[in-house]
Design a protein around this ligand. Structure first.
Ligand code: SF4
Length: 178
């Protein structure tokens, strides 16, 4: 359980003019491309994530939670997420890391937002959408074809994206059978 990574939301029923009910739901805040990174690595054969000492981010913790518990609730964002929380490049709502080695002229945060917005459009989802990891995996398997991966990551070299597409499709296949 990784309770510190969850976002709580208080839901109030205002239908009678004042709050009559208050419940708390929890969801793991995640960027769409981070979720797909987890699934891609799973498709490459990785079964267990370990801490990344260079960045200090929580990919390992969030990745293991997604693999261990497909029922975990996710909330989609294009801003910094649960993986970013302890990262040395977490600049608040934005990533302060330099741009991807494959893309010049924009910051890494702009790049991340660009690919996440493309993914949200393909998935038919918006930021703030909540669904389980299993549901998101099934939706991605249904909506994303290999050619979509090439469109989302079109600025990356074709050989890099070819690997990504192969591992991602394999990961979605394996994950949605869980
Ligand atoms: S803060 Fe930036 S480098 Fe760190 S995990 Fe988030 S997106 Fe990656």
């Amino acid at each position: 359980m990784i309770g510190s990574l969850y976002r709580c939301r208080h839901v109030r029923d205002n239908s009678a003019g004042k709050p009559t009910m208050s419940t708390t739901t929890k969801a793991l805040l995640i960027k769409p491309h981070h979720f797909l990174d987890v699934i891609k690595l799973f498709g490459s054969g990785l079964e267990r994530f370990v801490p990344n000492l260079e960045y200090g981010h929580d990919l390992w913790r969030v990745g293991n939670e997604i693999l261990d518990n497909p029922d975990v609730q996710l909330e989609l964002t294009i801003d910094n997420d649960a993986i970013c929380a302890p990262c040395r490049f977490n600049g608040g709502s934005a990533c302060s890391d330099v741009a991807s080695a494959h893309v010049t002229g924009i910051s890494k945060d702009e790049w991340n937002k660009r690919i996440d917005q493309r993914l949200l459009a393909l998935l038919g989802l918006e930021t703030g959408a909540r669904l389980s990891a299993r549901e998101l995996g099934r939706l991605a398997k249904q909506k994303l074809a290999p050619e979509d991966v090439f469109e989302v990551w079109k600025e990356h070299p074709i050989e890099v994206t070819t690997k990504r597409a192969g591992f991602l499709m394999a990961g979605l296949q394996k994950y949605t059978q869980r």
